[in-house]
Design a protein around this ligand. Sequence first.
Ligand code: GLY
Length: 402
Amino acid sequence: MKMKKYTILFAVILAAQFNAIGQDIVKKGFSIAEKQTMLMLNEVAQAKTAGKAGISPRSLSAQGDLVLVASKDWCSGFFPGELWYLYAYTHKPIWLKQAQAFTTPVEQEKTNGATHDMGFKVYCSVGNAWKLTHEAHDKDVILEASKMLSTRFNPKVGCIKSWDNREWKFPVIIDNMMNLELLFEATKLSGDSSYYKIAVSHANTTMKNHFRADYSSYHVVSYDPETGAVLKRVTHQGYADESAWARGQSWALYGFTMCYRETHNKAYLEQAENVARFILNNTNLPKDLVPYWDYNAPGIPNEPRDVSAAAVMASALYELCTYSVNGSFFRTKADRILKSLTEGYAAGPGTNRGFILLHSIGTKLTNTEVDKPLSYADYYYLEALLRKNNLMNNKPVLTIIP
Ligand code: GLY
C-alpha cells in the first residue's frame, strides 16, 4: 500500500517536472516568436516603402533580402497564420489587428482554380481567422475556396490535381494531403457532403498509390486522367524517385493524422502511425530529430537539415499522440523536436530579418532556399507550441480560442 502511494507520488512529481520543462519551452518559444515577428513587421514595412511588391514574407534571398510573395504563391497564408497563432496564445490586440491586415489580401485566392494549394493559402490564414473570430465573412471565403478547389477533382483518378503546366498530365503530390482540411471544414460549415467525399476519395487514393512497403512516400504520382491508371512515381523536390524527401514524409504524417480526426477511419490512424514509425525509426534521423532534407540524401551526415520538416512533424505528432495507443512515445518525440528547434535552431534576437527559425530547405536540387528561414517552418512551429500548451493544460489539442 505504502509502495503504491510512493509510486503515485513519484509519477505526479515526474509529470509536474515534465510540464514545467514544457512550460519553459512554450514560453521561450512564444517569447522569441513575438520579438522576431515584431521585427518582421518592421522589415515588411521597410520593404514596402522601398517599393517591393508582395503581401507575405516567405524566405530570404541568396543575398539575405526579404522575399515577399503575392497572394497566389503557395506560401502567402503562412505569415497571416502565424499572426493568428500569436493572438491565440497572447490575446494581445496588436496580433489580432496585424492578423486581420495580413489575411485580407490572401482572401482573393478563393477564386484561383489554377492551383491545389488552396488549403495552405486560405485555411492557414482565413481558416484560423474563422476559428478565432467567427466572422460570417470568413465562413463564406472558406466555402467559396472549397468550391473552387473541388473543381480540380477528377473522379476517374479519385484525386485533386496538384499542378498544371508540368511534364505530367495529372500529377498528385503528397503535399496535397494538407489541402483536405479545408474541404472537411467546408462540409461542417455547409452541410454539403460533397467536399467530405472528395477529401476521403483523395486520401484513399493517396494511401493506395503514394506509399512504399516501408510507409515512406513518393513525392509525385502521375496519373492518366482518362483511366485513373498510375503512370509514374517520381520526385520533384527529393533526392531521387525512390528516396524519401523529408518534408514529404511530414506532410503525409500530418495529412493522415488530420484525416483520422475528421473521419474516425482507423485505416488513416494506422497509416499515420506507420509513417511516424518510418520517420522516427529511420537510422538517418539525427539524434535531435531534425531531419536531413531527404532521408536518403547521399552525403549524410554532411547534408543540410530541413527545419520545416521537423516543425510539421512536431505539430502532427502532438495530434497523433492523442489518438494513438502509442501516444506517450509520439508525445515524447514531439517534445524532443520542440526542444531542439527552440534551443538549437531559433534565430538570435534581432537577426534572421524577423523569421523565427533558421536552417530550412525549399528545394535542394535547384539550390532554391537552401539553409534559409521559411514561413511555413515558423507557422508549424507556432502550431506545435500551441498544441503542446494545450496538452499541458489538459485542453483538447487543437484548441486555439483565446
Ligand atoms: N508544397 C511545397 C513544398 O513543400 O515545398
